[in-house]
Design a protein around this ligand. Structure first.
Ligand SMILES: Cc1ncc(COP(=O)(O)O)c(C=O)c1O
Length: 404
C-alpha cells in the first residue's frame, strides 16, 4: 500500500510554502563547529527579558503542575488598564502569530464546499455542510483577505490554510520614500464585498517601513463594515516619532478594527510566546471560539504581566535600539550599502548582488542574519539591531562578506 500524504492533506494546505524561521544559534554552532555566535535574525530583544519578568517566571514555574488560567484574567486586566478598554475586547494568543491564525480561522472560508442552509425550522446541528442538513445546497464563494507584497510572511500562510483567496497588493516602488512599503491605495482597490480581512503591519516586517496616521486612518475609514482591518503593531514600542499612529486609540471609532500586539519584541519574551488582539468585544467573542483552551501557558501569563510593569527595562531596550539603529545606519553608509528606513528593531539592506553568498560568509564568521529570498527579495538581508558590540561584529562580518 502506498502512502501518499500529498493526497491526504487539505488542498489549501498542500500549496502552502512553510514559514522559514531565522537559523537557531545551536544549529549554526553544531553545523559549523564554531562557538560564540550571535543571532540578529529574528528581531528578538538583545537584552532579553527584564528582571521583573524573570522573577515572575521563576515564581510561576513552581506552579507548573496546574493548568494556566485559561481566561488569562490577570494579564487581560493589566492590558485593559494599559489600553483603557474592556477586558472583553482582548484576545490572548500563543504569540501574536496565534492571534493572526485565529483571525483567519474565525473570519475566512474556502469556497469549494457547497454550503447547506439551515432549514426553515432551524433544526440545531443541521447547518454548515452536514449531509443530514435540510434546505438547498448553495455554492459559497471563498472569502478574501488583502495584504501587501512584502508584508509579514505569516499572513499568506494563515490565509491559505483556510482556503480563502489572498489578494496581494503591489508594494511601493524601490525609489519611494517608504520603499517596498504598503501602498494603501493599491490595497483599497482590492477590497470588495467578499473581503473579510485586511492585514497591515505598521511598522512592517521585513521592510521596516511605516504608514502615517493620516493615511492609515483614512484607509480604515474607507473600508466597508464587513471587512476587518487588522493593524499588526508588533514593533510599535520601538517607534520614536510622536506622530506615529497608535491604532489601539481608534478602536472606539471603528468596530471593524483589530489591533495586534506582542510581547516577543520590545518586552523580550519571544521564547515564551505571548501576544494579543484588541478589538470590538464581538470580534473577540468570535476569536475566543476558535482559541485553543489554555493557549497561553502560565509562565508566559505571569511574565507578560510583570513585563508590563517594568518600564525601566522597556526604556533600556528602546535606548539600545535607538543608538543601535543609528550605529547600523552609519555603518551601512560607510560600507556604501543601501538600507531602507526603519521604525522597528531591524533594518533591511540591499546588498546590490545575490544576498545568499553574503549570508553564508557571515554565518561562517558566526553571525546569523536573515535572508529574505522567501519574500522574493533575493538581494536583501534583514538585520536585527543588537547590542553595540553585536552590531560592531555584524558590520565587520558584513564588510568581510562584501569584500570577498
Ligand atoms: C509584523 C509581525 N507580526 C507578528 C509577528 C509574530 O510575533 P510573535 O508570534 O512572536 O508574537 C512578527 C514576528 O516576527 C512580526 O514581525
Amino acid at each position: 500500500m502506498t502512502f501518499q500524504i500529498e493526497t491526504l492533506a487539505a488542498p489549501a494546505v498542500r500549496g502552502i510554502a512553510p514559514y522559514l524561521p531565522g537559523k537557531p544559534l545551536e544549529e549554526l554552532e553544531r553545523e559549523y563547529g564554531i562557538s560564540n555566535c550571535i543571532k540578529l535574525a529574528s528581531n528578538e530583544n538583545p537584552l532579553g527579558p527584564g528582571p521583573r519578568a524573570l522573577a515572575a517566571m521563576e515564581q510561576a514555574v513552581r506552579e507548573i503542575g496546574l493548568y494556566p488560567d485559561g481566561s488569562g484574567f490577570a494579564l487581560k486586566q493589566a492590558l485593559a488598564k494599559k489600553h483603557d478598554c474592556a477586558m472583553e475586547c482582548i484576545t490572548l494568543g500563543n504569540g501574536s502569530n496565534d492571534v493572526l491564525v485565529m483571525l483567519a480561522e474565525a473570519f475566512l472560508t474556502g469556497g469549494c464546499a457547497p454550503e447547506l442552509k439551515r432549514g426553515p425550522e432551524g433544526i440545531p446541528g443541521e447547518t454548515g455542510g452536514h449531509a443530514s442538513a435540510r434546505g438547498t445546497p448553495r455554492e459559497t464563494p471563498a472569502t478574501e483577505a488583502v495584504y501587501s507584497q512584502y508584508a509579514f510572511a505569516v499572513y499568506p500562510i494563515a490565509v491559505q490554510a483556510t482556503g480563502a483567496t489572498a489578494r496581494v497588493a503591489p508594494a511601493n516602488p524601490a525609489n519611494h520614500a517608504m520603499p517596498l512599503g504598503h501602498d494603501l491605495d493599491a490595497m483599497a482597490q482590492l477590497v470588495n464585498e467578499r473581503t473579510r480581512l485586511v492585514f497591515i503591519a505598521n511598522p512592517n516586517n521585513p521592510t521596516g517601513t511605516w504608514l502615517s496616521a493620516e493615511a492609515l486612518r483614512k484607509f480604515i475609514a474607507g473600508v466597508p463594515a464587513q471587512t476587518l482591518v487588522v493593524v499588526d503593531e508588533a514593533y510599535i514600542e520601538y517607534v520614536t516619532d510622536p506622530a506615529f499612529p497608535n491604532a489601539s486609540r481608534w478602536l472606539q471609532d471603528f468596530p471593524n478594527l483589530v489591533v495586534v500586539r506582542t510581547f516577543s519584541k520590545a518586552y523580550g519574551l519571544a521564547g515564551l510566546r505571548v501576544g494579543y488582539a484588541l478589538s470590538h468585544a464581538g470580534v473577540a467573542d468570535m476569536l475566543n471560539r476558535v482559541r485553543q483552551p489554555f493557549n497561553v501557558n502560565s509562565v508566559a501569563l505571569a511574565a507578560a504581566r510583570a513585563a508590563l510593569e517594568d518600564d525601566q527595562h522597556l526604556q533600556r531596550t528602546l535606548n539600545t535600539n535607538r543608538t543601535g539603529l543609528a550605529q547600523l545606519q552609519a555603518g551601512f553608509d560607510v560600507l556604501g550599502i543601501r538600507h531602507l528606513p526603519s521604525a522597528g528593531n531591524f533594518v533591511l539592506i540591499d546588498c546590490g548582488r545575490p544576498a545568499a553568498p553574503v549570508y553564508e560568509t557571515m554565518l561562517r564568521q558566526g553571525v546569523i542574519v536573515r535572508p529574505v529570498g522567501n519574500y522574493q527579495l533575493p538581494d536583501h538581508l534583514r538585520i536585527t539591531i543588537g547590542t553595540q558590540a553585536q552590531n560592531e561584529r555584524m558590520l565587520s562580518a558584513l564588510n568581510t562578506a562584501l569584500s570577498s
